[in-house]
Write a protein that binds this ligand. Structure first.
Ligand code: BG6
Length: 255
């Protein structure tokens, strides 16, 4: 039965890869909505994928989130990470400290033996504050580094779940609903077709930087996230997807 199960997953990976035009799909067994252990396995799988693709001196931009926190926990020192830098993909998005991209970047660096840089940007920036912040030399220096990232490692979530978690205001919530926001990744909200319908005001990677990065690795699982993951992938090219069986099945059901 084990061999049969593994074979089943391998076929599912190939089908997912082909249907969504991915370079690689990795699927762990189970549903992380139901079993916390599956989310840990997702973390382990993603940590090993990153180790496979990383090259010396890379800048790796990472997002925050509980899935990303699991990946950090599963990382181990490895020679490939020597001289690499972990940086947050974007500034403050309204997350709790444990789930912030800065925290994840520093944890990943410490675990792998790489280095890190932080981006200190307050949440919910107004236009004026944003303009003056990006002119600050220390901030613009790190933003320039972030935009050189060769690899972007990121989580993905459901739009309304993420909007609530980040306590966006009522007006934003209403417009997200009106615009059909379904998915969220790196502070951008996407509709079912993968069109960007909203962008949280912060600094760091712009959507075009993400689209142009050499390698994007998206990590998310759970049946509830299936449609959202598909929407993010429809936006552009996702190279590597690390997910679980339940999310993969939802994605394939959608066609
Ligand atoms: C965020 C990422 O921090 O984590 C988002 O910036 C993603 O791209 C979210 O939607 C997912 O969070 P979690 O906790 O479900 O892994």
């Amino acid at each position: 039965p084990l061999v049969k199960m593994l074979f089943g997953i391998t076929e599912l990976e190939e089908e997912l890869r082909r249907r969504f035009g991915l370079k690689q799909a990795v699927i762990v067994a189970g549903d992380s909505d139901e079993t916390p252990h599956v989310k840990q396995e997702l973390g382990r799988a993603a940590a090993s994928i990153l180790r496979r693709y990383v090259t010396k001196g890379d800048i790796i931009a990472v997002t925050g989130g509980s899935t990303m926190a699991q990946i950090a926990e599963r990382m181990t020192p490895s020679p490939q990470f020597k001289g690499c830098w972990f940086v947050p993909a974007r500034g403050g998005l309204g997350e709790r400290v444990e789930l912030q991209a800065n925290t994840i970047a520093s944890a990943m660096a410490k675990r792998t033996g790489a280095q890190y840089r932080m981006l200190h940007v307050p949440d919910h920036l107004g236009e004026e504050a944003y303009q003056s912040l990006i002119q600050d030399p220390t901030v613009s220096d790190i933003i320039a580094d972030i935009r050189k990232a060769r690899i972007v490692l990121h989580g993905m979530g459901e739009a309304l779940v993420m909007a609530r978690r980040r306590r966006v205001d009522e007006r934003t919530m209403t417009s997200l609903l009106a615009e059909g926001a379904l998915a969220e990744a790196f502070g951008y909200y996407f509709d079912e077709q993968g069109r960007v319908v909203h962008n949280m005001p912060t600094v760091g990677l712009r959507i075009e930087d993400i689209d142009n990065a050499e390698l994007r690795i998206g990590v998310a699982g759970g049946a509830s996230k299936g449609r959202a993951i598909a929407a993010v992938i429809r936006h552009g090219r996702e190279d590597v997807l690390v997910t679980d069986e339940a999310a993969a099945e939802q994605m394939l059901l959608m066609g």
